[in-house]
Write a protein that binds this ligand. Structure first.
Ligand code: UDX
Length: 442
């Protein structure tokens, strides 16, 4: 079992640290945020991630996992150091490597062993691992042999633990076979197929995978937009396409586009990476463009339906970029809220978990309800933005009973059309025929 340090305790760092300790390694997680570290020392998880807090506490109690702000404590004795700091987006879309560079310098100043392996978990542009090695070597205080390994993270928010133990692959990119073998050994207990390659290819696999998944989403969203016009049903189209094993059924859910901390950032970064080597990644540019358009689809539909949204009360159901997370980074909800307010509508939003985070971004431009019912009461329009279980299983008669006019714009196709037609509801969704056979009068 290895003595491991993990730099950065965001989603990736925390999930990595906790899961590595769970399979028996001795893990120290280090972060510069004192308050956050203090809370984690008390067993409080700073993010919402089902099951992770319990696993964190268990491994802390068993003495395999600890948190610190001290680089010396974390790095001095570590055999392997994982870098999992953020790589935010710069204004031009490229990845900001400030935190990675800082982590490299902190490592250089504190390592005391003769040999250390640096593993990059953060999503970084091709070539960054080589820079990490240079940054470290340029700042070392004593003679240390440094190997760098790229080990991109593929976990999804909301299913971090499941994905860590049941992922499809672990990618290890290294220029040195011994270093690759050490990281392979560390990961073996996860029981997931391991693919070893060179560093640059590993870095590229991460971007290419996210870009490809984003492409699938934008593709099905464009098909949905065409389905609406030609009278086809995108749910059936996606199902029929997915039956072809070369296509596969996943990531073909039409909706209001992708959000979150990865797809929007990584697609833009890959366009930049391509641009830097004089290649215009036109396909990916179109994927991004389609997604931006798709995020405002519900507002566009409502505008078309009503002419003007001035004075309309809109119940927005869901704020998180997807269910089972409190994350609202790049969520469609932000764009939708802003558009609606601009149109003169008043918005009351409900989300089971993401409300506090949303308040920090959207602020008091909109109101926040404590329940779905409170949001829907007397609303002129309902917009379904996130398909939380409690939202997609909401009995349809709730819309009928509580809303002033039960007109629903469903951005996640939560309801079967056969069910909707049994109710007195006007219903518009994505890539399917609208349900207008009702007695709703506006
Ligand atoms: C993603 C990747 O799945 C993961 O491998 C990578 O490491 C990080 O980025 P995550 O951002 O947690 O994970 O969310 P994911 O479940 O992939 O969904 C991303 C976005 O795409 C969400 O906004 C979701 O609503 C949307 N989506 C997903 C669709 O609109 N349709 C789909 O069919 C699938």
């Amino acid at each position: 079992m290895k003595k491991i340090a993990v730099v950065g305790t965001g989603y990736v760092g925390l999930a990595t640290g906790v899961c590595l300790s769970e399979i028996g390694h001795d893990v120290t997680c280090v972060d510069v945020d004192e308050q956050k570290v203090q809370r984690m020392k008390e067993g409080i998880l700073p993010i919402y991630e089902p099951g992770l807090e319990e696993l964190m506490k268990k491994n802390m109690e068993d003495g395999r996992l600890r948190f610190t702000t001290s680089h010396k404590e974390a790095f001095a004795e570590a055999e392997v150091i994982y870098i999992a700091v953020g790589t935010p987006q710069k204004e031009d879309g490229s990845a900001d490597l400030r935190f990675v560079e800082q982590a490299a310098k902190d490592i250089a100043e504190n390592v005391e062993r003769d040999h250390v392996i640096i593993v990059t978990k953060s999503t970084v542009p091709v070539g960054t691992n080589h820079k990490v090695k240079q940054w470290i070597e340029a700042n070392l205080k004593k003679k240390v042999e440094v190997d760098v390994v790229s080990n991109p993270e593929f976990l999804r928010e909301g299913s971090a633990i499941y994905d860590t133990f049941h992922g499809d692959r672990i990618v290890i990119g290294a220029e040195n076979e011994q270093a690759a073998a050490v990281i392979e050994e560390i990961n073996r207990p996860f029981g997931i197929p391991i693919f070893k390659t060179d560093i640059r290819s590993a870095e590229m696999i991460k971007y290419a995978s996210n870009a490809f998944l984003a492409t699938k989403i934008s593709f099905i969203n464009e098909i949905a937009n065409i389905c609406e016009k030609v009278g086809a049903d995108v749910e059936d189209v996606a199902y029929g396409m997915g039956l072809d094993s070369r296509i596969g059924p996943q990531f073909l859910r039409a909706g209001i586009g992708y959000g979150g901390s990865c797809f929007p950032k990584d697609t833009k970064a890959l366009v930049q990476i391509a641009g830097n080597v004089d290649h215009q990644f036109e396909l990916l540019e179109a994927v991004i463009h389609v997604n931006n358009r798709q995020q405002v689809k519900l507002v566009e539909k409502a505008r078309k339906r009503f002419g003007s949204l001035q004075g309309k009360k809109v119940a927005m159901l869901g704020l998180a970029f997807k269910p089972n997370t409190d994350d609202i980074r790049e969520a469609a909800s932000i764009v939708i809220a802003e558009e609606l307010v601009k149109e003169g509508a008043s918005v009351v939003a409900y989300d089971p978990i993401a409300t506090e985070n949303a308040k920090r971004v959207i602020g008091d431009k909109i109101d926040y309800a404590c329940s779905i019912e409170d949001a829907l009461r007397d609303a002129d329009i309902a917009m379904i933005v996130t398909e939380w279980e409690q939202i997609k299983t909401l009995p349809l008669d709730t819309f009928e009973k509580l809303m002033k006019t039960p007109i629903v714009f469903d951005g996640r196709n939560c309801y079967a059309i056969e069910e909707v037609v049994k109710h007195d509801i006007e219903y518009h969704s994505i890539g399917r025929a609208s349900v207008l056979n009702h007695t709703v009068n506006v």
